[in-house]
Structure formats: C-alpha cells, structure tokens
Design a protein around this ligand. Structure first.
Ligand code: ZN
Length: 171
C-alpha cells in the first residue's frame, strides 16, 4: 500500500468533477487500499474522497472509528437519493483545508445509494456524523468544498489562513 499526497487548496483539481467507476477491478481495490492508508496516516481524518489525492474518480472512504474501533465504509459512485427537510449545523473540517473549521448547515438525514469495491449495491438512510461526512465527501466528487458554503469574506480568510500555514511549514 502507498500513502498518497493529499492536495490542499487552491489546487485546481479539487474543483473538478470526478467520473463514475464502471469496472470493479484490482486497480480499484488498490486505489481504495491506498486511500485508507492515506486516511489513517493523517491521524485525525475521518473521510477522504479520491479527488483529494488527485484521482478524479467517484470513490470515498470513511472511517468514523465508532467507540474507538475501526469501522471503514467504502463508497463507490455514491448518490444521495433523498435529503431530509430537517437541517442540522455541525462543525466541519477538511484534510484539503488544514487547520480550518467552520459550522455548516446541511440536511440532517440522507438516503444514499452506493456500491462497495466488489460492486455490491447498498441503499441506506444515514444520519448523525455519517450523514454530514458523506455529504461533505460527495461534494468533493462534484468539485465543491465546504468553504464554498461560506460568505465570500470568510472563504477568503480560510484560503489565506491555509496559505500562511503552508508557508510556515515549508520554511
Ligand atoms: Zn473534505
């Protein structure tokens, strides 16, 4: 397995739309394994979308580590088929926007259809942190970042903060 480099803003690849997977082959399984390796290497990440490692394909890995136990879920071609009318506000962060957090309002509950890496289809109602997380990750597949929901001013501040931190790290 390989740890992949996580792209950070303003990398243009984070704004692109990812394509669907149509072959559940060994290449896909390797990409999924590398994505988990990369996610776990961050120490604090709970979800990663393929475009965040420069792979513009509809793959998401999530591990909320429920009760401290690893609980990975692999989402291939995930699609939200229902949003609840009830909204909830949660603090979000993103591995591509290091050290920046903000409260974001989203539908509280979503029905999601997806495939696992073997091509088996699932359809489940997701809520709580998993709902927030999958909405955030599916946004990545569509080139949308959580800071896109903020005001122009706040978004600018977020980008400046990330750039400043990068300069510090690179010194
Ligand atoms: Zn993210």
């Amino acid at each position: 397995m390989t740890t992949l480099e996580i792209l950070t803003i303003p990398d243009p690849r984070l704004k692109r739309k990812s394509i669907e997977i149509n072959s559940f082959d060994d290449q896909l399984k390797k990409t999924v394994a590398d994505m988990y390796e990369t996610l776990y290497a961050t120490g604090n990440g709970i979800g990663l979308a393929a475009p965040q490692v420069g792979i513009l394909k509809r793959i998401v890995v999530i591990d909320l580590k429920v009760d401290g136990n690893s609980s990975p879920i692999t989402f291939i071609n995930p699609k939200i088929v229902r949003f609840s009318e009830t909204k909830s506000v949660n603090e979000e962060g993103c591995l591509s926007i290091p050290d920046y957090y903000s409260e974001i309002e989203r539908p509280q509950e979503v029905d999601v259809e997806w495939f696992d890496e073997d091509g088996n289809k699932s359809n489940k109602t997701l809520n709580g942190l998993l709902s927030t997380c999958i909405q955030h990750e599916i946004d990545h597949l569509n080139g949308i970042l959580f800071i896109d929901y903020l005001s122009k001013l706040k978004r600018k501040l977020a980008i400046e903060k990330v750039k400043k931190n990068q300069l510090k790290h690179n010194k």
